[in-house]
Design a protein around this ligand. Structure first.
Ligand SMILES: Cc1cc2nc3c(=O)[nH]c(=O)nc-3n(C[C@H](O)[C@H](O)[C@H](O)COP(=O)(O)OP(=O)(O)OC[C@H]3O[C@@H](n4cnc5c(N)ncnc54)[C@H](O)[C@@H]3O)c2cc1C
Length: 465
């Protein structure tokens, strides 16, 4: 049975506080309400205790404290999970934001990153060395959750998902033991964490392969929403045949305001945000067919990699209402693009949008069972995002997202990229792991038989035969 922090003796809490060096925050503390905020302003959970770990020892003590006292435990990395999986009601939040370091080895082209780092901190540290690790497209996202769930971004067609570049991780398991996992050590666990989320333990340190990326050529191109069918048809033919160096996610969106020209404000568009990581001298040639599609607006050009990685940060500050739904897609046929045009024309608030991230190139060259991330053959990871700063619009953005998703879902490949989902239950999780779920469930039984780490896209432990 799950115990509440409120039921613990003061002496038990005091003993725990004396074991850790990180800060403990309890309900009633002046900083409690700020501490329980996460990226998504819709999340309103009331944890019983926060411990902001500063080192591995703190994590070990926290796991042991949680387990020995029967507490519900959640783990917070960057706090970006839209379903609020970094927090739990009544239980203990093991907050990793005090475990931050980024150590670049320019000779080996590897990077060691703390379990609580954000991606912008990684980009900042690697850029002077002309290196980058494939990640997402918003720099305030946590390394922990994004990596353990997969990691889709601009470098994916050239260098794969974030998990495809994970070389090693240090972890604290449910029984409090500390292990290092890699292709050569605890390789079954290394397999499991490359897509299996936070189910298997707390990662205190990641070691990534970095790639030579300094300046990229990219930016947005926009077409009126009425042209969605034509642009999606062209894009589908074009992107999967383009060199791996070229990436660009296609979107339906509204231009919210500056820095875009006033004539575009508050109008709906079909847009593509490009990022080319090849030789800059070749970029103009590569972009010729794109610009030949006659976008109504384009702002593509050379820029430092961290500039494209932070392009949307200002538009998407923490604390807004956020509701999203996702699916993988193999195609972008006329019926589907007609749905995009329909729902793209009804975007309810200026920041709500839909993205389709292309998954071909290096992502698709990894076999389906090499990592738990099973949709290697899908062409797109799609996500519909309802966003608005005003809580009064929460139901409006949620309803639009659900309706858009329901219109698209019959055309989808079945599962979803779980980092783009809310908390949608077991069937959705199973569908997303396809044939890899069973192996994950057996490993869960081996490493976390009592499902201690269950505030996540949860894999239920099952007995191996
Ligand atoms: C604005 C925004 C943009 C995004 N863009 C992208 C994108 O471009 N590409 C993409 O792939 N995803 C993207 N995402 C999705 C993102 O990958 C997920 O939201 C992810 O869960 C965020 O990780 P986090 O550490 O910030 O989250 P948290 O809320 O802190 O944690 C999420 C889950 O991961 C677990 N976890 C986190 N850190 C650790 C750790 N060190 N050890 C063990 N478990 C851990 C938590 O327990 C929890 O279950 C985006 C999200 C947002 C909000």
């Amino acid at each position: 049975m799950t115990n509440s922090v409120r039921n613990l003796d003061a002496s038990v809490v005091e003993k725990f506080a004396s074991q850790v060096r990180g800060k403990i925050t309890l309900p009633g503390d002046p900083s409690y309400d700020d501490t329980r905020k996460v990226y998504n302003g819709m999340i309103d959970k009331h944890p019983g205790m926060f411990v902001k770990c500063v080192d591995v020892a703190d994590v070990i003590h926290s796991v042991n404290f949680g387990r020995e006292n029967g507490l519900l435990v959640s783990v917070r990395g960057g706090g970006h999970n839209a379903g609020g999986l970094g927090l739990c009601d009544d239980g203990l939040v093991i907050d990793l934001s005090g475990i931050k370091f980024v150590l670049v080895d320019p000779k080996e082209k590897t990077v060691r990153v703390g379990g609580g780092n954000l991606w912008g901190e990684v980009d900042h540290a690697t850029h002077p060395f002309g290196l980058a690790v494939p990640a997402g497209i918003v720099s305030t996202t946590g390394v922990g959750g994004l990596t353990l769930g997969g990691g889709v971004g601009y470098l994916a067609r050239k260098y794969g998902l974030t998990i495809d570049n994970l070389l090693e991780a240090d972890m604290v398991l449910a029984d409090g033991t500390f292990v290092t996992v890699s292709a050569n050590q605890n390789s079954d666990l290394f397999w499991a964490i490359r897509g299996g989320g936070g189910n298997f333990g707390i990662v205190t340190s990641f070691k990534f392969r970095a790639h030579p990326v300094k300046n990229v050529f990219g930016g947005p191109t926009l077409w009126p929403i009425e042209k969605t069918n034509e642009i999606m048809k062209w894009y589908h033919q074009f992107i999967h045949n383009a060199p791996d160096e070229l990436n660009g996610f296609i979107a339906t969106l509204v231009i919210p305001g500056p820095p875009f020209p006033e004539s575009l404000h508050k109008k709906q568009f079909c847009g593509i945000v490009w990022c080319y990581v090849g030789e800059l001298e070749k970029a103009e040639e590569v972009f010729k067919p794109i610009l030949a599609m006659d976008p109504i607006f384009q702002h593509v050009g050379p820029m430092p990699y961290p500039a494209i990685q932070t392009m949307f940060d200002g538009l998407l500050p923490s604390g807004m209402q956020w509701y999203w739904r996702a699916d993988f897609f193999d195609d972008l046929g006329p019926e589907l693009s007609a749905r995009h045009k329909e729902y793209g024309s009804k975007i309810p608030t200026p920041l709500s949008q839909m993205h389709l991230f292309p998954l071909t190139g290096a992502v698709g060259r990894v076999s389906k069972d090499e990592t738990p991330w099973a949709y290697r053959d899908a062409k797109y990871a799609g996500v519909i995002i309802g966003v608005d700063p005003d809580p009064a619009n929460a139901s409006k953005i949620t309803e639009w997202t659900k309706n858009y998703w329901e219109a698209l879902h019959p055309y989808s490949s079945g599962g979803a990229y779980l980092n783009f989902t809310m908390n949608e239950g077991q069937e959705r999780i199973k569908a997303s792991y396809r044939g890899n779920y069973e192996r994950l469930a057996k490993l869960k039984k081996k490493y976390d038989p009592n499902n201690f780490f269950r505030v996540n896209q949860n894999i239920l432990p099952v007995e191996s035969n």
